[in-house]
Design a protein around this ligand. Sequence first.
Ligand code: 6PG
Length: 265
Amino acid sequence: MGKPSNLFSFGSSDELARNFRAYIVDAQNAALARHGQFRVAVSGGSLPKVLAQALLMNGSGTGDDVVQFDKWHIFFADERAVPLDHDDSNYRLLKDDLLDKIPAESGKPTVHPIDVTLLDDLQELADQYEKLLVQSFAARDSVRTPTFDLVLLGCGPDGHTCSLFPGHPALREQDAWVIPIDDSPKPPPKRVTLTLPVVTHALKIAFLATGEGKKEILHEIFDTDEGRALPSGLVNEAAQDRVSWFTDSAAVENVQFPSRQGSVI
Ligand code: 6PG
């Protein structure tokens, strides 16, 4: 048994955002010291909005607390098979919530969207995204699994994360880095997603889960064996203390697992 995942709960969205920022900037600074760029995978759902709140707020003013967007490489933990300007697109969500709001003087991140010329062939779409990861992370034959500096995840009310859904054969994928999903129970049905081995190989993994709607599923994931076998629970089990959950009081109301309040780092 290693160390369990970290469960942080905050009393207000501002406090959550400030701590989320500190955590992300810390991961960024460690990555820049290591290899001069910050490679992060982002999800859809409520994440982009909170990410924007965290990254665009005024920092503490200290030298370390600077978001160096020009050193960021942003990938998608999962993406829907739709055009990039479609309402369902996670790229579009990130663009509207964050990318378009980054002040010019902060620099622009390099963003890696899916190749929308391949929307008609989901397998090709996934293979192409995997190739893009291969180009960014080293040749497939020299690394078995890419190492993201940070993967940012959400958790659905059924315990799904990325586009990895409970009971789906995709959970058993051991080889591919990116796979197609054509039967997502959350619309739209057609998506591509990082696989569990890739997600859980990241140096750091953060979940964002807030609001009353998450209280049953967080209790299940943290306090029950059934929950530990759900996709989000499997991430906890595999990546242990490399995982940190950013939640609020409403979301952890039913959780018995020790949650920590206050500052993250
Ligand atoms: C997607 C997401 C998905 C999301 C969860 C949580 O594209 O559908 O990546 O995995 O993160 O469904 O969504 P909320 O944060 O909106 O609850």
